[in-house]
Design a protein around this ligand. Structure first.
Ligand code: FAD
Ligand code: MLT
Ligand code: ZN
Length: 454
């Protein structure tokens, strides 16, 4: 690796081949394989990113863009001698326009920093999830991240008014210029959203900020059965101004409580629903009474303070971290909301039949039709054997999703983990067109090769 050539672009302190850095910057949260990049580069400017792209094309070197490395599909894994291009040093907040309701940031700004900057200006950036403190806006756009407020505000792509990206030839594209309205041909910002680093490097973004939501309330309901989930959702959706509607099963709660926290109800339940909504205590109490009378809930609590609301959210948001030490196999699937009940029954039967000895943890953004199903390896099972067993079941799950018109990746992206199953969610003609677009934007094939599709 010509480290001197890289240092000539980003400075000697902007390049590293130290083992610790190769390991740290060369992987993401999925830990699918040992990271093995050739070098790490940390540009400070768009010009440096552009020069790095031209260098990579001239030398035929693959570039893996790296944000906060909280991705769960292996999209930021560099395991084949690539150069990792980290946006970590491009983390300036370039502008906040409170009147217009926009913020312009460099790609390396964290999700939490955008949320805080919005709040400081009396506004709200609604995209939110447990990795907010580490994930970058560039990575959020590249994975089109979802999180807990999709129900009301959509995915990350729905917040992007403009983005600048460095694509083939080192060209800097200024997509949509931050305009609220602009109908002048193909909208490239929507191509970069969800592109997982395969079309170019997102370097800046202009995001829309919202007026702060009215005071919110949080309720947690205990349900006697998973089949009660969607009737409870329908009733909540019809009576409350929902901002979030999440669920977790009893095993998920047990893993969370094993690390601390208080059991919310005396008795265990089949599953739990966490609903956040515009404060309306009378309506929430009426809803609870009606659900109790219908036998759809067994217990419930309405948070009486911000602290209690945060404690209830922690039960949901710390599932990922509580499972991480067991290196779960993660499913991030979705079907249309109307088909969740039937899909839950079919997928539940599939997992029970195919995973009789494995622990299967269900949770997720059920209001979006999005289920997270983390499968834990039996103690003592070699990890490669476990992953191979899960891959076989995922192939069956992919068939079921195909039958339901669902998706193998609702919000985490395809990366490497879901690449073998792309065909269950996308038609062959679509995949061919995606390959064609990649050839247009990345003729040298240097942007994150091997991710999403070969
Ligand atoms: P990375 O992991 O660094 O990269 C992700 C992908 O984007 C890779 O393919 C990478 O090459 C590419 N990339 C990164 N930066 C750029 C750039 N500037 N230009 C082009 N490509 C780039 N995700 C959800 O959607 N919803 C959730 O609820 C959610 N909860 C999570 C909770 C926890 C505890 C954790 C650890 C993760 C969670 N995630 C969730 C997954 C993850 O946080 C998101 O996918 C996030 O958007 C990744 O951002 P990142 O900066 O860490 O990206
Ligand atoms: C979540 O909603 O907690 C995340 O998507 C992470 C996960 O699936 O583990
Ligand atoms: Zn999620």
């Amino acid at each position: 690796m010509d480290v001197d050539a890289l240092a000539a672009i980003v400075g000697a302190d902007g390049v590293s081949t130290a083992d610790a850095d190769l390991r740290h910057y060369g992987d993401d949260w999925a830990h699918l394989a040992p990271p093995a990049p050739a070098a790490i580069v940390l540009p400070r400017s768009v010009d440096q990113v552009s020069a790095l792209v031209r260098w990579a094309e001239a030398t035929g070197t693959a570039l893996v863009p790296s944000g906060g490395r909280t991705g769960l599909s292996g999209g930021a894994l560099a395991a084949r001698g690539e150069v990792v291009l980290s946006l970590e040093r491009m983390r300036r907040i370039l502008a906040v326009d409170a009147g217009e309701g926009t913020i312009t940031v460099e790609a390396g700004v964290t999700t939490a920093a955008v949320q805080q900057a919005a709040h400081a200006h009396g506004l709200h950036y609604p995209v939110d999830f447990g990795s907010r403190g580490s994930s970058h806006i560039g990575g959020n756009i590249a994975t089109n991240a979802g999180g807990i407020h999709v129900l009301r505000h959509g995915m990350t792509r729905d917040q992007v008014l403009g983005l600048r990206a460095v694509t083939g030839g080192g060209r800097v594209l200024d997509c949509n210029r931050g305009l609220l309205k602009n109908n002048t041909g193909y909208d490239f910002r929507h191509l970069f959203a969800g592109s997982e680093g395969t079309l170019g490097i997102i370097v800046e973004a202009t995001l829309r900020l919202r007026p702060p939501p009215p005071p919110q309330q949080v309720a947690l309901f205990a349900l006697p059965a998973l089949q009660a989930l969607m009737p409870v959702f329908a009733a909540a959706r019809d009576t409350l101004a929902l901002g979030a509607f999440e669920f977790l099963t009893e095993p998920a709660l047990q893993h969370v409580l094993a690390r601390g926290g208080r059991r919310p109800f005396a008795a265990a339940a089949a599953c739990y629903v966490l609903a956040e909504f515009d404060a309306d205590e009378p309506a929430a109490l009426r809803l609870f009474e009606a659900l109790l009378a219908r036998g759809l809930v067994a217990d419930g609590v309405l948070a009486s303070s911000q602290e209690q609301a945060a404690e209830l959210w922690r039960l949901r948001e710390s599932i990922t971290e509580s499972l991480a030490p067991r290196r779960p196999y993660k499913n991030d699937i979705a079907v249309r909301v109307a088909r969740v009940p039937e899909f839950l029954a079919r997928a539940g039967a599939l997992f029970a039949a195919e995973y009789p000895d494995f622990e299967v943890i269900w949770f997720g953004h059920i209001g979006d039709g999005n289920l997270h199903v983390s499968v834990l390896p039996p103690v003592g099972m070699p990890h490669p054997d476990f992953v191979a067993a899960c891959a076989r079941v995922t192939a069956r799950l992919a068939d079921l999703l195909g039958e339901f018109g669902g998706t193998i990746s609702a919000e985490h992206g395809v990366g490497l983990l879901k690449k073998p199953y792309l065909g269950c969610s996308r038609e062959p003609a679509e995949i061919e067109l995606m390959r064609g677009l990649k050839r247009v934007f990345d003729p040298a094939g240097i942007f994150n090769p091997g991710k999403i599709f070969d």
